[in-house]
Design a protein. Structure first.
Length: 231
């Protein structure tokens, strides 16, 4: 109920009237049943505008730190992510990654829409980066349709490191649903997982017209951080 009120009465109408998002291919999102929306990731606000234009609730898996902050700021952040329909997960790897997978599968098992970012993190420079195969494992284990989604212009509206967005139009393009049923039962094959991931990212590249870089975005961030002189 809280999610519905924020989306349809409080925050949603205000954001839609200010940023006036243009949308292509929304009819490709199934009206019912489980589905994965796999999107490129340019800005913090991707997780806000994508659910706003989809009629059904969209659940994202957000890092648990967003839900554990202290004081007024921590409370406000927690309320915001809950209002956006996001669930906390631990991204530290190992057993935490398995728990994240199970959380995503539970959402899909309930017949809901799960939003995921194949790149694993936001692009540091607007380019499209190599996808993480954990996404492919979820796709194959769930056995549900996958709709690629391209967010357009969100990096210019709210780049990494900024706190307030600029007022510009947002674009959201939904591609044709992808069917990976030919790989049923092969989620333990790392070559299959890489193939599924690359096919998905290829579609995102075609939809978004981004330049593709065959490295992980997180790797590039770590390299840049290591090269930044300590103050």
């Amino acid at each position: 109920m809280f999610y519905w009120i924020m989306k349809h009465i409080v925050v949603g109408p205000l954001l839609l009237s200010i940023f006036r998002p243009w949308v292509v291919g929304l009819e490709r999102v199934p009206k019912e049943g489980p589905v994965i929306l796999a999107s490129n990731h340019l800005s913090f606000i991707d997780s806000i505008f994508l659910p706003l234009v989809v009629d059904r609730p969209v659940v994202f898996l957000a890092k648990s730190e967003y839900f554990t902050g202290k004081g007024l700021k921590g409370w406000a952040t927690r309320m915001f992510f809950q209002a956006a329909g996001q669930l906390p997960i631990d991204r530290s790897g190992g057993k935490a990654s398995e728990a994240s997978l199970n959380t995503g599968l539970r959402v899909l098992g309930e017949g809901r829409i799960l939003g995921i970012y194949p790149e694993g993190t936001r692009s540091p420079d607007g380019k499209l980066y190599r996808g993480r195969t954990g996404v492919a494992r979820m796709v194959l284990e769930a056995g549900v349709p996958v709709v690629p989604v391209a967010m357009i212009g969100t990096a210019e509206i709210m780049p990494i490191g900024t706190r307030l967005p600029k007022v510009r139009r947002v674009g959201i393009v939904f591609g044709e649903p992808l069917d990976f049923s030919r790989f049923h039962g092969m989620e333990g094959d790392r070559f299959v997982l890489r193939s599924v991931t690359d096919e998905l990212v290829y579609d995102l590249r075609a939809l978004s017209a981004q330049e593709y870089v065959d490295v992980y975005a997180s790797t590039l961030r770590e390299q840049r951080a290591a090269q930044t002189p300590a103050r």
